[in-house]
Write a protein that binds this ligand. Structure first.
Ligand SMILES: NC(=O)c1ccc[n+]([C@@H]2O[C@H](COP(=O)([O-])OP(=O)(O)OC[C@H]3O[C@@H](n4cnc5c(N)ncnc54)[C@H](O)[C@@H]3O)[C@@H](O)[C@H]2O)c1
Length: 388
C-alpha cells in the first residue's frame, strides 16, 4: 500500500471522521461512508473546520488542506468503496452490527483489500469470523482525537495474515503514527494497563484515605501525570469510562483486579457524567466551587506510590501474558495516554524488588486477590533483574 491506495472509512462519527482526516492529509483518496446522512454532513463540516484551523495555526500549507479536502468524498453507498485498498471500520461498538457490515463489504472490495476495525473492546477474531477471508481482517485501534493522538494499536486476530499486519503497520507508520503490536485480548494494551489509574484512585477515595482533589493533586504534582484520575474520568465521561471498566471486568471473567466502583456507578446513575453534563466528580457549573486539595506531601507520595505500583503490576502482567513486548507496553502508555514515563522503566527506577514489596504489603493488608503481584515481577525480583 502507498499514497495511491484508496482509503475507505466506514462510520463518520468521532473516530471515523478523525481517521479520514489523517488518511486524506497523507495523500490518500479517501471515501467515507455512513448510513446516517446527517453524520456524513457533520463529518464533512468538521473536516473543513479542522483543516482550516491547522492552516490558521501554520501547521499545514493552505494547498495541503485544500488537496486533503478535495480528496475526501462522503458517500452514501457502500459500493462506492469498491476500489479501496484498505477499509477502516469505525461504526457503533456492537458485534452484530460489525459482523453484518464486514459480511456486506467483503464481496464489494477486491480480494487483496485489507479490512481493519477500530474496535476498542470486541475481539478481532469475532469480527473476522464474518468474512470468507478472515486473514485480511486486522485491528487498528486509534485513540481519540485520531488526528492528534500518535498511538495506534495493531491487533492481529488468530486468523490474520502476517503480511496484512506488516502492510497495515507500514501504511499507518507512514501517516506519522506510532504503532504497537497487541495481542487480541480484552483492552489490548492501553485500556487494560490503564485500569488501575482509575480503579485504584477510586478505591483510595472510597476507603477515605484522601478526597478527590487531593488524589488528583498528588498524581499531577508528585506523580507527573498531565491530568488527575478524577479529572480524566470527568473529561472522558463517567458513563464511557465506567462502560469500559465493566466490559474489561466481564471479559476477564470477573477478575477482581478490574472490579468497577460503586462510586462511579452511582454518578452515572445520577446523570453526573462529568464535563459534558456540567457535573461529575467536580461541579463545572459553579466556578466558586473549586475543590481544595490537602497538599500534605507524605499523604500525596503514598497515593502516587500505590497507584503507580498497581499500574506497574498491570504492565508487568501484560508482559507476562505476552500481550505486547516490553518496548511496546512502555511506548503505548507514553504515546497513547501521555504517561510521564513508561511503566516498566519506572519499575526499574523504583527497583523491581521494592515494587514486589509494595504489592505484598497491599496483599497482606487487604487479603484480596486484587493485589496479587504479577509472576513477572516475582521472577525478575528473585533474579535481581530489571525490565530494561
Ligand atoms: N470514541 C472513542 O474515544 C473511541 C476510541 C477508540 C476506538 N473507538 C471505537 O471506534 C468505533 C466508533 O466509535 P465513535 O466514538 O466514533 O462512535 P460514533 O457514535 O461517534 O460514530 C459511529 C458512527 O457509525 C455510524 N454507523 C452505525 N452503524 C453503521 C453501519 N452499519 N454502517 C455505517 N455506519 C454506521 C453511525 O451513524 C455513526 O455516525 C467504535 O468501535 C468504538 O469502540 C472509539
Amino acid at each position: 500500500m502507498d499514497k495511491a491506495t484508496r482509503l475507505g472509512v466506514i462510520g463518520a462519527g468521532t473516530m471515523g471522521a478523525g481517521i479520514a482526516q489523517v488518511g486524506a492529509t497523507h495523500g490518500h483518496r479517501t471515501l467515507v461512508f455512513d448510513t446516517d446522512t446527517t453524520a456524513l454532513e457533520r463529518a464533512r463540516a468538521a473536516l473543513e473546520r479542522n483543516l482550516n484551523r491547522l492552516v490558521d495555526k501554520g501547521r499545514i500549507e493552505k494547498s495541503v488542506a485544500g488537496d486533503a479536502y478535495s480528496r475526501t468524498k462522503f458517500v452514501d453507498r457502500l459500493t462506492d468503496l469498491a476500489r479501496c485498498g484498505i477499509v477502516i471500520e469505525a461504526i457503533v461498538e456492537d458485534l452484530d452490527a460489525k459482523s453484518q457490515l464486514f459480511a456486506e463489504i467483503e464481496p464489494i472490495v477486491a480480494h487483496e483489500c485489507v479490512l481493519a476495525t477500530n474496535t476498542s473492546s470486541l475481539s478481532v477474531a469475532s469480527i473476522s469470523a464474518a468474512c470468507h477471508i478472515p486473514g485480511r481482517v486486522v485491528g487498528a485501534h486509534f485513540f481519540n482525537p485520531a488526528p492528534l493522538m500518535p498511538l495506534v494499536e495493531l491487533v492481529p486476530g488468530v486468523s490474520t495474515n502476517e503480511d496484512v499486519v506488516a502492510e497495515t503497520r507500514a501504511l499507518i507508520d507512514a501517516w506519522g503514527k506510532t504503532t504497537v503490536l497487541a495481542k487480541d485480548t480484552p483492552g489490548f494494551i492501553v485500556n487494560r494497563v490503564a485500569r488501575p489509574f482509575y480503579g485504584e484512585a477510586l478505591r483510595i477515595f472510597e476507603e477515605g484515605i484522601a478526597n478527590v482533589p487531593t488524589i488528583d493533586w498528588a498524581m499531577k504534582e508528585l506523580g507527573g501525570f498531565r491530568m488527575g484520575p478524577f479529572e480524566l474520568m470527568d473529561f472522558i465521561g463517567n458513563d464511557v469510562n465506567f462502560a469500559v471498566t465493566e466490559s474489561v471486568f466481564a471479559a476477564f471473567y470477573f477478575d477482581p483486579r478490574y472490579r468497577p466502583s460503586f462510586t462511579q456507578k452511582r454518578l452515572v446513575e445520577a446523570g453526573r457524567l462529568g464535563k459534558k453534563s456540567g457535573h461529575g466528580f467536580y461541579d463545572y457549573r459553579d466556578a466558586d466551587a473549586a475543590a481544595v486539595p490537602d497538599t500534605d506531601t507524605e499523604l500525596g507520595r503514598a497515593i502516587v506510590d500505590r497507584i503507580v505500583t498497581m499500574l506497574i503490576n498491570e504492565a508487568a502482567d501484560a508482559l507476562f501474558w505476552r500481550v505486547a513486548s516490553r518496548d511496546d507496553i512502555d511506548l503505548a502508555m507514553t504515546r497513547g495516554v501521555n504517561y510521564p514515563k513508561g511503566l516498566l522503566r519506572w519499575a526499574d527506577e523504583i527497583g523491581v524488588g521494592e515494587v514486589v514489596s509494595r504489592m505484598t504489603t497491599l496483599q497482606n493488608t487487604y487479603n484480596e486477590d486484587r493485589y496479587r503481584p504479577s509472576p513477572m515481577l516475582l521472577r525478575l525480583a528473585s533474579e535481581g533483574k530489571g525490565f530494561w
